[in-house]
Design a protein around this ligand. Sequence first.
Ligand code: RB5
Length: 166
Amino acid sequence: MQEFAGYFRDYRQKRGYITMIAIANDHVGYELKHMVIELLDEMGLKYHDFGAYDTERSDYPTFGGIAAKAVAKGECERGILLCGTGVGISITANKVQGVRCVVCSEPYSAILSRKHNDTNMIAIGSRVVGPELARMIVKEWLTTDFEGGRHQMRVDIIREIEQSRD
Ligand code: RB5
């Protein structure tokens, strides 16, 4: 059973299917999260909201870390993170093995991060990016496929570096 679950997860990831999106934020990203959720609803995509669930001061690594682990384990194919700048929460996510998180404030990098880097998480700063631009960024990021080929080889090098302990 375990083996089957792993097989289907790998298959979905290879084909770029998105069945579940992890979403997380701190208090500063809370409002923007709801705007992003509106977009996911419009796109008919399912998500798991890992919090924070209100605007009370909270710590971005706590929530970003939980969402990143869900992506690394394959429970969610992709993850969207929101904090003030997107920086702290993306640094956190990139500490989790298997996560490639881009912090993004315009669509071009979001698209290229999918095509070339096969990013599985994106972080957006609510103090940097307005709601309409955030929607555009997320939409492009969710609908762009990884190109593979020479880019796969580079992503493999990233993985090797990540797994080396020296
Ligand atoms: C919180 O004040 C702020 O530091 C956080 O939202 C984020 O911008 C960190 O990178």
